[in-house]
Design a protein around this ligand. Structure first.
Ligand SMILES: C[S@@+](CC[C@H](N)C(=O)[O-])C[C@H]1O[C@@H](n2cnc3c(N)ncnc32)[C@H](O)[C@@H]1O
Length: 202
């Protein structure tokens, strides 16, 4: 055990190493069918160079329109922070679209992102669920990208330490006190990573 200054303890590396291990991992992966949902992917494996006109440029406009001007498989990494549909005021829109319309637009853009990604390229989406509307945007987006044949790589929870009362107090206060709901108070934004087609093992 390692001790912290406040007297609490956490397991040492050696103790963690004693945890139950999976035996025959490779065979079990084969049996499960790793990345099974990506088997139907129709992504091309032929990458293209980014056209000269797009190099070192900041392009302004609707992402859906701009992305359509790019060829397939020419981008290594897309990192996007789309509107969350919370009702914030952005230039050019008030960000409170009817949910189905919001996701339709977002998915058209994310599908374009997947199309322009190189084979093995990655798409990172920074998004926040809207608890007050019970909309798990992160899950809905992940589901869509899995259905399109992308491989889910992982997620990062962003602890911002700036909860507003909507998340900690009021209607949710009681449920947050229960262990099963404790996560509602601690995660805000999620960065989700998916890859186009199979990423070389490393
Ligand atoms: C969550 S904010 C991200 C802000 C960004 N990370 C920044 O630091 O400026 C979402 C942004 O997407 C923009 N936006 C909304 N719809 C868009 C679209 N169709 N194409 C491009 N940008 C859009 C909004 O104006 C807003 O600035």
């Amino acid at each position: 055990m390692n001790m912290l200054l406040d007297g609490s303890s956490f397991p040492s590396h050696a103790e963690l190493n004693k945890e139950r291990k999976v035996l025959g991992r490779k065979n079990k992966e084969i049996k499960r069918g790793k990345h099974f949902y990506a088997n139907h992917s129709s992504f091309s494996q032929t990458n293209t160079d980014l056209p000269e006109d797009f190099c070192n440029q900041v392009l302004c406009g609707d992402s859906e329109d701009l992305l359509k001007t790019l060829p397939d498989n020419c981008i290594d990494l897309v990192f996007t922070s789309p509107p969350y549909n919370f009702g914030l005021d952005y230039e050019g829109g008030e960000d409170s679209e009817n949910w189905p319309l919001y996701f339709e637009k977002l998915f058209r853009i994310l599908d374009e992102c997947a199309r322009v990604l190189k084979h093995g390229g990655r798409l990172i989406v920074n998004v926040q669920p809207l608890f007050s509307d019970y909309i798990p945007s992160h899950h809905i987006i992940s589901r869509h990208m899995l259905d399109s044949g992308m491989i889910w790589k992982g997620e990062i929870l962003w602890e911002k330490n700036n909860y507003n009362c909507k998340y900690r107090m009021g209607k949710l206060e009681k449920s947050i006190q229960s262990i099963s709901q404790i996560h509602l108070g601690i995660y805000r934004d999620l960065l989700q990573g998916v890859a186009q087609n199979r990423w070389p093992e490393f």
